[in-house]
Design a protein around this ligand. Sequence first.
Ligand code: ADP
Length: 349
Amino acid sequence: MDGLSTLPSDAAHDQRLLALSEDLLGWLGPDGLLRPANPAWSASLGWTDEQLRAMAFLDLVAVDDRAAAGAALHAVAGIGAAEFDARARCADGGQRPLRWSAQAGGSDDGVLLAGRDLTELRRLEHDLQEFAYTASHDLAEPLRMVSSYLELLQRRYAGQLDETADEFIGFAVGGAVRMKALIDDLLAYSRVGSREMELGVVDLAVLLDNVVEGLERSIGQAGATVEASGSLARVTGDATLIAQLLQQLVANGVKFRDGGRPALVTVSASEEDGGVRIDVADNGIGIDPAQHERIFKMFSRLHGRDDYEGTGIGLAVGRRITERHGGRLWLDSEPGAGSTFHVWLPGAP
Ligand code: ADP
């Protein structure tokens, strides 16, 4: 603090400082009117300062995002701060995606606001998306060629070359199979981002039945039990994506079992914070708390292929699915005892 207080602090100095920010800084009076504090508002949205000062903040927000922004601002009064995404209307009729941080302004019942333009971030996300799709899609074709000829070689010439040759071909086939799994998962990852979401009411009990049916073989082979605990709620979401998420979490619970006890995966759901929290609990090997964030990254795995098969993409896809729904995915775990993955999805059932 001492360092800060030695800086000059007259109004002109503050103005220049605020003008350096590309973020839209300002505050809302108790009347809801906007008080822009720097030129970033005009620069990014095209309205004049005068026009902005005559606007209620919520009028600046795009119609479709107004209800959510209003609710977030309302929450600021209660909890002191909020963060929300809402598009802003531009003077030229366009819109810009922004992430807003709002904080209760203190004595005058106002709200301090900072808006960060997400246009560039969204563009980069889109490019990355396209890259992942094209790369995985284009790789699939030559790989099909490699795999089919390797398999042909294996079928026709097994036992005719020497033993070492058979072994080499076996390794090559194994490599091609793994590469296919990686490419399929990468495609799944890119599809989650590009898919149009079809929101509807999803019955979790029905979904879990389907998931268990789809995983019947691996559940059977593992001798695992997968069951619902209590009644499962309904959630609002894209049924295909939510099913994919649930399937991933249940499959992981079965896969990362502890050999010392029969695997048990329990799924439950409860209402929380105006949405629904789904818990997928297992009694498996557990995850060291230091790794809890790492496992959601692409390709990150805590185990070698020899211990557990996999590509390390599943949870990255899961996180993406929850983010697309405006929800969250996190976990609690006790290494050696088991893990519980939590999914929170907005929207009352
Ligand atoms: P994959 O299962 O293909 O390895 P995931 O993205 O699904 O990829 O998981 C990443 C890593 O997180 C796994 O390799 C594993 O180390 C750890 N993990 C995920 N789920 C569990 C679980 N239920 N119990 C223990 N470890 C888990």
